[in-house]
Design a protein around this ligand. Structure first.
Ligand code: ZN
Ligand code: ZN
Length: 213
């Protein structure tokens, strides 16, 4: 099995978790033995989030998607953004806030759970009023945490350990863009995403009655 950042391998990761006897849980109570918390920080692309969400729903997995209200890359308040968060819920996923410090204003679109975007160590695991901070004590512990940040697993791809039931529980952070768009490096993946984005933007311009002739 090659540990590529592809949707095929992401599906294999989910299957490995199943084979290891894990269940998919959320951030509404501290994880117990046997829980896998699928966490997605949606930094760049709602389209990528929806693709991953459909795949998960297809194999009966439920995740928590952390969406931004202050992204420079997408607008959650647009019709497209509203439709995306509704679709995530329809597929059986949870929606939390991917917040930019210090603003953790939760409204009815979000479950009471916050993941800071690019947090500094000073506040990374500090409690957040009225919400769970995904990095707070009880939800985060380095041995039971894996992240694909910048398309690199710091402690290796967890599929083998999942299959073997090696984690007591696991918080698994993945960024949908890295798995949906092709590319062997972060730079290549980002360029592939921008190519797809250009096509999407052209469609949006046409829909907005812009003459593209
Ligand atoms: Zn792997
Ligand atoms: Zn982020």
């Amino acid at each position: 099995m090659s540990c590529a950042f592809t949707l095929d391998h992401y599906r294999e990761l989910l299957e490995a978790a199943r084979a290891g006897g894990y269940r998919f849980a959320h951030f509404d109570e501290p994880p117990r033995r046997g829980d896998v918390l699928l966490r997605h920080d949606v930094d760049l692309s709602l389209d990528a989030a929806l693709r991953m969400a459909e795949l998960e729903a297809g194999v009966g997995a439920s995740a928590t998607y952390f969406l931004m209200t202050e992204s420079v890359f997408y607008n959650l308040a647009s019709t497209e953004g509203t439709a995306a968060s509704q679709r995530l819920r329809e597929l059986g996923h949870r929606v939390g806030l991917h917040a930019v410090y210090p603003n953790a204003a939760l409204d009815e679109r979000f479950d009471p759970v916050v993941a800071w975007h690019n947090p500094d160590p000073e506040y990374m695991s500090a409690p957040v009023r009225g919400a769970v901070n995904v990095m707070q004590e009880g939800y985060f512990d380095p041995p039971t945490y894996r992240s694909d940040s910048n398309q690199r697993w710091r402690s290796g791809c967890p599929h083998e350990e999942l299959r073997a039931g090696g984690f007591p529980w696991l918080q698994l952070l993945t960024h949908p863009e890295l798995w949906v768009y092709p590319g062997a490096t972060m730079g290549a993946t980002m360029r592939a995403m921008l190519d797809a984005e250009r096509e999407r933007r052209l469609g949006q311009l046409a829909e907005d009655r812009i003459d593209l002739s």
